[in-house]
Design a binder for this molecule. Sequence first.
Ligand SMILES: C[S@@+](CC[C@H](N)C(=O)[O-])C[C@H]1O[C@@H](n2cnc3c(N)ncnc32)[C@H](O)[C@@H]1O
Length: 347
Amino acid sequence: MYRYIGNKAKLLPFIMDKTRELIGCTGVVADIMAGTGSVSLEFRRQGYSVIASDIMTYSYHHLVVNLLLNESPAFAGLRHIPFNNTTPYEAVIDYLNALEAKKGFFFNEFAPDGKPESSCDPRKYFTSENAAKIDCIREQINSWIDLNQITNTEASLLKHTLIMAVNRVANISGTYGYFLSDFKKNALESIILTPIQFDETENVNHTVFQGFAEDLAENITADLCYIDPPYMKRQYAANYHILETIAKGDFPDAIGKSGLRDWWDQHSKFCTKTRGIDSFESVISKMNCDKFIISYSEDGLFSLQQLMECFAKYGSVDVQHIDYNRFRSNNSPLPKKLKEYIITIQK
Ligand SMILES: C[S@@+](CC[C@H](N)C(=O)[O-])C[C@H]1O[C@@H](n2cnc3c(N)ncnc32)[C@H](O)[C@@H]1O
């Protein structure tokens, strides 16, 4: 499973039950802070038409794959790769896995044998071998995009596949906020792209956006909106900066010991005590939608009472309490169990 702060894979049955209770088994559902896309995918599987978005570029690629594909795309611009006895996607993955490693941006900025541009000590997010493999795969995908040899959807699929492989060999404890000083077992494995299984449910009328929920809300019309905001001060853009760099395919300045890219344009107000409530209000008041489900955590920035007071301005509010295993970095001293709230608003 994708280790992502706030991934709701384990809460899916509760979210789907609530959705059915509120709008029945069909309709348009918005998932406007969709992260890994696990909830969007389940909405699709349950037969809803999904509008999904997030501020992060990696999330955009996950959503394209989870919502817009149900089989291998044609990869018609890559006819020079032999598609013998495999799907075009599998052939392209084999081709990328066989590329010769290249000492590029990831090697220099994120591996022990590299030389960071800022002349700080080498970082250890990946072994040098894996970082050089990531470089050659990234640059090949960039070149296919620049030469118009792959479509946007095909590029999203390849980046999604690379991100999933990178997650398996990253030398981190939970997030990419920092790397571990010694390589752990999974980080020593060789990186290898593994083809994903496509969801075969009919993919009708799904839409994927990238942007701030507060800005997108006024252009969304839905029967129900699921809001799964960050509940801590930790910004996703800082904690998943390496995935964002893979998703964007760029070569940003890697700043400080941890090599963060500049992420201020993806700063979330939901992670702040001063502006989070205004952001909730902005989304709920602007969207053309009467029913909302909001996930929130007991140890979030806002108390249940603060949220209920805010939401009660817009309609009748109800809350369900669920015992949940907390997302923890390895060796975290925080208690393992906490309560997750599923709050509903009906305008
Ligand atoms: C708790 S996570 C969502 C997890 C998701 N439900 C899943 O299962 O993977 C919160 C998400 O909100 C996104 N986010 C934060 N602020 C946002 C904003 N103002 N507009 C849109 N997305 C935002 C983050 O990038 C992050 O992916």
